[in-house]
Design a binder for this molecule. Structure first.
Ligand code: G3H
Ligand code: ZN
Length: 288
């Protein structure tokens, strides 16, 4: 069932596990993630960046695809359609299109503007029954064409945004979008503890979930992270499985070039990764 993410995130925070927020890029991604989470009886958030929304021909089409695929596959676990790294206008458009959760990412504004815009989006989203995520500090690297140096969040700024009534809060603690450099310093757990205390136990979000050593993510979950975003790792397993299929010449066997065959190895690889992550990594399996 399509729901706001508030209940699943709060349950995860209380239960010291995390909800996977897997970015979607097309129909195959939607099917793979929903089937994987249904198989493991795990709640799930489908993250939609503005770029992916454009690629999938608009937010209305994304909502329609998710709803129809969800119904056609007989999905029973809680599913949130969540705007990822939404701009001010993007968040309003996603709310109007029927998303069940939105992130307003105002981290590139000065703090007062981030606060004012966050307050507006929180009020609008809550008036429609949606969950809301905001961001303080920056997530390093590049996501959807947006690059950030990855400023680490200020705990007092986090407390202010948390006090606006946001449902869960993304904070920069040294996490990076995309692949991590070999000399990466790791997550700043002292800062994470400070933020969790300053925000009075607000559920926190870890962006850039791909490539972080699992023990670091699991430690972050014990310190208040209740949502972990993953995109790159799904893209890498899809590409790797598709490459292997073609290098093995499978696309030349019979009608192996049929997209329903060509895209299947990669789609199956995403589903296998999602199942593995929710079961062995995030701990949300069986929590639906
Ligand atoms: O917003 C999207 C996520 O933070 C994805 O990050 O591609 O590093 O897994 P990732
Ligand atoms: Zn992100």
């Amino acid at each position: 069932m399509l729901v706001s993410a508030t209940e699943m995130i709060n349950k995860a925070h209380d239960g010291h596990y995390a909800i996977g927020a897997f970015n979607i890029n097309n129909m195959e991604w939607i099917k793979a993630i929903l089937l994987g989470c249904e198989a493991k009886k795990s709640p799930v958030m489908l993250g939609v960046s503005e770029g992916a929304g454009k690629y999938m021909c608009g937010f209305d089409n994304v909502v329609g695809m998710v709803k129809h695929i969800h119904d056609n596959l007989g999905i029973t676990v809680p599913v949130a359609i969540h705007l990822d790294h939404g701009s001010y206008e993007g968040a309003k458009a996603a709310i109007a299109a029927g998303f069940t959760s939105v992130m307003f990412d105002g981290s590139h504004y000065d703090f007062e503007e981030n606060k004012a815009k966050s307050q507006e989006i929180i009020a609008l989203a809550h008036s429609k029954g949606l969950s809301v995520e905001c961001e303080v500090g920056g997530i390093g690297g590049t996501e959807d064409g947006v690059t950030s140096a990855g400023e680490q969040a200020d705990p007092q700024e986090c407390a202010t945004i948390a006090g606006l009534g946001v449902d869960f809060l993304a904070c920069g603690i040294g996490n990076i979008h995309g692949k991590y450099p070999a000399d990466w310093a790791g997550l700043n757990f002292d800062l994470l503890k400070e933020i969790q205390e300053a925000t009075n136990g607000k559920p926190l979000v870890l962006h850039g979930g791909s490539g972080i050593p699992r023990e670091q993510v699991q430690k972050a979950i014990t310190l208040g992270v209740s949502k972990v975003n993953v995109n790159t790792e799904c893209q890498l397993v899809f590409a790797d499985a598709t490459r292997k299929y073609i290098e093995a010449g499978k696309d030349q066997e019979g009608k192996g070039y049929d997209p329903r065959k060509l895209l299947k190895p990669g789609t199956d690889a995403i589903q296998a990764l999602v199942e593995e992550m929710v079961e062995n990594f995030f701990g949300s399996a069986g929590k639906a």
